[in-house]
Design a protein. Sequence first.
Length: 236
Amino acid sequence: MTEGFSEQIAERYDRWYETPFGRWADGLEKALVGELLGPSPAERGESSILDIGCGTGQWGLWLAEMGYQVTGIDISESMVARARVKLGEQATVEMMSATELEFADNSFDHALMVTLLGFVDEPEAVLAEAVRVARKSVIVGVVNGQSMLGTWYKLKGMLRKRDYKRPHFYTPGELARLVRQVVSASGKSGEISWRGALCLRQLLWRRSARCPFRGFIGMRVDLEGHQSTGSDADVK
């Protein structure tokens, strides 16, 4: 598992959400994940969600406002400290490794991880733990490695010295294969659906039903016995 981020990186993480691009991207990403989650918890009789790699609590706060009972975990002491301040009593936040979740099987209705997989040393183990503790679905958000945004991040990473692991940017097909492999090995079964956001058309016109260069991919695996929310394209 990648070591926790420093206080400096945690501060930079929060500042990104205050930039014009950060606010725009965050809004589109949350709209996409909201579609994948489907109707509100009250409408479906669900309540619990595990935010894996919760960072400073940006997503946990949004989930709590939607009505979820949120538990967030992160390996970074700095991230966890900021998340606890930000979330207060709206969520439970623990410092914990995503490869060794300290929860019983099927403890949560959903498990969510946003841009986590690209930063970990053992993505298969992280996904396996998410599948183990989730009853109904696992939702994964990643920067699309075959998008213009993913290419820009790769070039930026090559030119900048980092004090943390250089991230891996998954393509939709690559991520789908990894998810299928992990779900199959877990003994559960699941149907995969995905959607994308962040592309040039959305930058210009705010909405795009189909964009071939989506910068952010949200993928949901519906575990056995629970119906998919659907997808806008097949993943091979």
